[in-house]
Design a protein around this ligand. Structure first.
Ligand code: SAM
Length: 397
C-alpha cells in the first residue's frame, strides 16, 4: 500500500483489484500537484465540487470532506475509490460516486479533471458538463506531461473557455480554464454510429454504436476484424460470453449467426457496456430475452460452470504500461465459468505469447488462425478432476 501526503492528511491508497505483488501506485504526481495547488491557492471548495476521471480515487478521497461528486467510466476505479474512502477516517457520507453515463449535476462551482487517456471521453464529458458550468466555476485539469497535448488544450478552449497551463512539476502539469459563457454551445458528437465493412462474417455491413472512450472509437480495430472473420457459429441453445466486450461487436456477431445463443456482454467500462447494449439491440431486434449486460471486473460476478463459449480480445495496457495482468485474470475467470468442454477463444498480438498462459491455465491450447500480427487461440475447459486430485481452479499465475 502506498501513502500520499496531502494537505488534507496522509492517505493509504490502493488500486482495484488489490494485489500485494503489484508495485504500481494508486496516485501519481498529477494528483499530488492538483491537491497542493488547491490548498496553496485557498480554493473555495464549499460549493458543488465535481471530480472527473479520478483514476483510483486519490482526488475524491483527499477531498471527501468537501462532498465531491465523482464521475468515472471505470468500474475498477470506482471500486478502488470505495475501498480508499472506507480506509480514511473522514465522514464519506456526502461523497457521491456516479458514472459518466449518469445525469451530471445541475450546477458546478469547482470542476477538477484528471485528463483521461481518451480525448473522446474528455470531449464528451466537457460537452455534458458545460451547461452546469458558470462564469465563476473554477476549472482545473491535471495530467502527466505526456498525457496533455495541444489537442487536449484545444478541447478546453473550444468547449469551456480560454485555457493555459502551469509549469511542469515532477513531469505533471495543471490546466487552468476560464469559463466563457458566450461560447456557442454545441451537442456532443458522441456516441458515434458507424457501418462495418464487408467481408467480416456475420457483422458485415451492419452498424455499431460507440460511446466516447470505447475501443474501436470510429472504425474496427484490425485485431477485432481478424477475430470476427474466425468466430465459431455454435448451434442450439448455448451460453456465450463476450468478455471485455467494448462496443459488443464480437458477441453480437455470434448472436446474429447463432439464433439459439444467449450472450452476456461484460466490461469494466460503463460506456462500453452501454455501447454493447445498443449494438446488440440494433442488430438483434428480437433478442431482448437472450442477452445480459454486466459491468464488472472480468467475470467476477458470474457463476462457475455457466458458459459454453467465452470470446475475448483482452486489453494489454493498463493506463500507460503494457501488461498481460488483466488478460491472465480474464483467462482464469473464463476457466472458472466454462462448463467442461466449453471453449475460450482469444485474439491477441502474436508477440504477447498468450498461448503460454492458456496452456498453464487450461492444460492446452491450439491456434485457430494466424496473421502476421495476430493469432486466434482456442482453449478447452477440461472435465473436472476427481475430488482426490482436484487442484485450485483459479490458479492463474
Ligand atoms: C481490446 S478491447 C476489446 C473490445 C472488443 N471486444 C473488441 O474486440 O473490439 C478490451 C476491453 O476490455 C475491457 N476491460 C479492461 N479491463 C477489464 C476488466 N478488468 N474487466 C472487464 N473488462 C475489462 C476494456 O474496457 C475494453 O473494452
Amino acid at each position: 500500500m502506498n501513502r500520499l501526503t496531502t494537505p488534507w492528511g496522509e492517505l493509504a491508497l490502493t488500486r482495484f483489484p488489490e494485489d500485494p505483488r503489484d508495485q504500481l501506485r494508486a496516485w501519481d504526481a498529477a494528483d499530488d500537484y492538483l491537491l497542493r495547488h488547491l490548498a496553496d491557492e485557498g480554493t473555495d471548495l464549499s460549493g458543488s465540487l465535481v471530480v472527473l476521471g479520478d483514476r483510483w480515487g486519490a482526488l475524491t478521497t483527499a477531498l471527501a470532506g468537501h462532498g465531491p461528486v465523482q464521475l468515472t467510466d471505470s468500474y475498477l476505479g470506482r471500486r478502488a475509490t470505495e475501498a480508499n474512502l472506507a480506509r480514511t477516517g473522514t465522514d464519506t457520507s456526502a461523497v457521491a460516486l456516479r458514472t459518466v453515463r449518469d445525469e451530471p449535476p445541475d450546477r458546478i462551482d469547482v470542476l477538477l479533471i484528471r485528463v483521461p487517456k481518451s480525448l473522446a471521453l474528455l470531449e464528451d464529458q466537457l460537452h455534458r458538463l458545460a451547461p452546469a458550468i458558470h462564469p465563476g466555476t473554477v476549472v482545473v485539469g491535471t495530467g502527466m506531461v505526456d498525457e496533455i497535448h495541444t489537442s487536449t488544450l484545444r478541447l478546453f478552449e473550444r468547449i469551456v473557455g480560454p485555457t493555459r497551463t502551469s509549469l511542469a512539476v515532477r513531469k505533471a502539469r495543471l490546466i487552468f480554464c476560464t469559463p466563457d459563457p458566450a461560447l456557442p454551445r454545441s451537442p456532443s458528437p458522441w456516441p458515434l454510429r458507424y457501418a462495418l465493412p464487408d467481408g467480416i462474417g456475420a457483422m458485415a455491413d451492419r452498424t455499431v454504436t460507440n460511446h466516447a472512450g470505447v475501443f474501436c472509437a470510429d472504425r474496427l480495430d484490425i485485431g477485432t476484424r481478424f477475430f470476427l472473420g474466425t468466430l465459431p457459429a455454435p448451434r442450439g441453445p448455448v451460453d456465450v460470453i463476450d468478455l471485455g466486450c467494448g462496443n459488443g461487436v464480437v458477441g453480437t456477431a455470434v448472436a446474429v449467426a447463432s439464433p439459439g445463443a444467449s450472450v452476456t456482454f461484460a466490461d469494466e467500462s460503463y460506456s462500453a457496456v452501454a455501447s454493447a447494449r445498443e449494438t446488440y439491440h440494433d442488430n438483434v431486434p428480437d433478442g431482448a430475452g437472450r442477452a445480459a449486460f454486466v459491468v464488472g471486473d472480468g467475470l467476477a460476478g458470474l457463476p462457475d460452470d455457466s458458459a459454453d463459449l467465452v470470446l475475448c480480445n483482452p486489453p494489454f495496457h493498463s493506463h500507460r504500461a503494457t501488461t498481460d495482468t488483466t488478460a491472465r485474470r480474464m483467462f482464469g475467470d473464463a476457466r472458472r465459468v466454462l462448463r467442461p468442454g466449453g471453449e475460450l477463444w482469444v485474439v491477441g498480438n502474436r508477440h504477447l505469447g498468450y498461448h503460454v498462459r492458456l496452456r498453464r491455465i487450461f492444460g492446452g491450447c491450439e491456434t485457430v488462425a494466424g496473421h502476421p500480427k495476430f493469432v486466434v487461440l482456442r482453449a478447452v475447459a477440461p472435465a473436472p478432476a476427481s475430488p482426490a486430485n482436484r487442484g485450485p481452479r483459479t490458479g492463474t499465475r
